[in-house]
Write a protein that binds this ligand. Structure first.
Ligand code: FAD
Length: 218
């Protein structure tokens, strides 16, 4: 077993091209999933890649680096359309988990109860994947294929989440139902994004999570 901390994207992609390796971001899904089993195989730590961290505005909308933590998202200066994503970020475990857990880790783990998915579906989010052979971008709804299943190939790294500019004057929210109030897995959750035009709600987008193998836009 080896633990490699990549410091450049090239290094990470070359390591992934060389053979099977487990990608570790915050490790808040990966390590608990091991249970009592010893860690075997090689691990690739991606938390030291600056290009994978942070939220920025682009010509088309917004880019969230794959290893951006939930705390980074909560603190980011974002339009009201992202309020639902921020509310979801505040629901991911405890503050300690939000400090370590990342947006791409939440997506790649592909749990039906991943709190980040419904708000990202309402934002029409796309997933950027890179490998030594190039890059591709696909809608989140295509990236997530089933329980613990994604479209990611073994040699690919999720590098960013892209969000097209949300409609002007759009607002969003997120509500999660759990068995208790705090630090709980969702029984059901709903994210809504709506544009308000002359006092009317238009372009309403609703996504439900934890009620099907993959969260769904209604
Ligand atoms: C106590 C506790 C409470 C939690 N509560 C919640 C909760 O309320 N809601 C919720 O949704 N989640 C919760 N989680 C789960 C977890 O914290 C989140 O899903 C978090 O966002 C995972 O991010 P991570 O960076 O820690 O992922 P990791 O554990 O590092 O990785 C998860 C998976 O994604 C892969 N991966 C990570 N990054 C990439 C990448 N860039 N490219 C390709 N593959 C990648 C890893 O190989 C692994 O398979 C909780 C976890 C714990 C331990």
């Amino acid at each position: 077993m080896s633990y490699l901390t990549a410091t450049t994207l090239d290094q990470a992609l070359t390591t992934l091209a060389a053979g099977p390796v487990s990608i570790i971001a915050g490790g808040t899904d990966w390590f608990p999933a091991r249970g009592d089993r010893p860690v075997t195989g090689d691990l690739l730590d991606i938390t030291r890649l600056p290009e994978l961290r942070g939220v920025s505005q682009t010509d088309q909308g917004w880019r969230i680096g794959a290893a951006t933590t939930w705390t980074d998202i909560i603190r980011a200066d974002l339009p009201a359309a992202f309020d639902g994503l921020k509310l979801a970020a505040r629901e991911v475990g405890s503050i300690q988990i939000q400090n370590a857990g990342t947006i791409a880790g939440n997506l790649c783990n592909a749990s039906p109860a991943a709190d980040g998915v419904p708000p990202l579906l309402t934002l029409n989010a796309e997933v950027e994947l890179c490998s030594a052979n190039g890059s591709r971008v696909l809608p989140l709804s295509q990236f997530l294929q089933g329980v613990r299943q994604t479209d990611r190939a073994q040699n690919e790294l999720v590098t960013a989440i892209h969000i097209p500019a949300p409609p002007a004057d759009s607002h969003s929210s997120f509500v999660k139902l759990g068995a208790r109030k705090y630090l709980v897995i969702s029984i059901c959750m709903v994210a809504v994004l709506a544009k308000i035009e002359s006092g009317r709600l238009t372009d309403i987008r609703i996504a439900i999570g934890a009620a099907s193998p993959v969260a769904q836009r209604l």
